[in-house]
Design a protein around this ligand. Structure first.
Ligand SMILES: [Zn+2]
Ligand SMILES: [Zn+2]
Length: 144
């Protein structure tokens, strides 16, 4: 939260009610949320929220570097280390939805080399891996 306030101040951007509310919802959810899930959660407090305004807010937060879009899930998470450059990997649990943001330098370098080798100028270097988190694996097949 404080980080968000600082970033907004530095950029001369306003920390609007909806921007704050979206960050708060993502914080309390503790997992990735889709734009529509966010909209549902915002509506009770803010009748003016629309899908378009939620998308605009998310774009703003992504541009600011405090949130990420998970392409494979069509959802959004808060960044767990907004102060560092981003060559990150996401590990996404397909059962409970937990998202872990990892930063493996070797994997990042390998991704870069792969782009070079195949002649791709990469503009998005985020790797998304899906599977079962440790907790869900321990819970076994019968766990929710
Ligand atoms: Zn991040
Ligand atoms: Zn899980």
């Amino acid at each position: 939260m404080r980080r968000l306030e600082t970033l907004c101040r530095e950029r001369g951007e306003r920390l609007t009610r909806q921007r704050l509310a979206v960050v708060r919802q993502l914080l309390t959810a503790g997992r990735a949320l889709s734009a529509y899930e966010l909209l549902e959660r915002l509506r009770p407090e803010d009748e003016s929220a629309t899908a378009a305004s939620v998308y605009r807010t998310l774009d703003f937060l992504i541009e600011l570097g405090v949130a990420h879009r998970l392409e494979s899930q069509r959802s959004f998470v808060l960044c767990s280390h907004p102060q560092t450059p981003h060559r990150v990997q996401f590990l996404i649990c397909r059962r409970c939805g937990e998202v872990v943001e990892a930063e493996d330098a070797r994997l990042a370098a390998a991704t870069e080399r792969l782009g070079d080798r195949l002649g791709f100028a990469l503009d998005r270097r985020i790797v998304e891996l899906t599977g079962l988190c440790g907790r869900c694996r321990e819970g076994g097949a019968g766990a929710p």
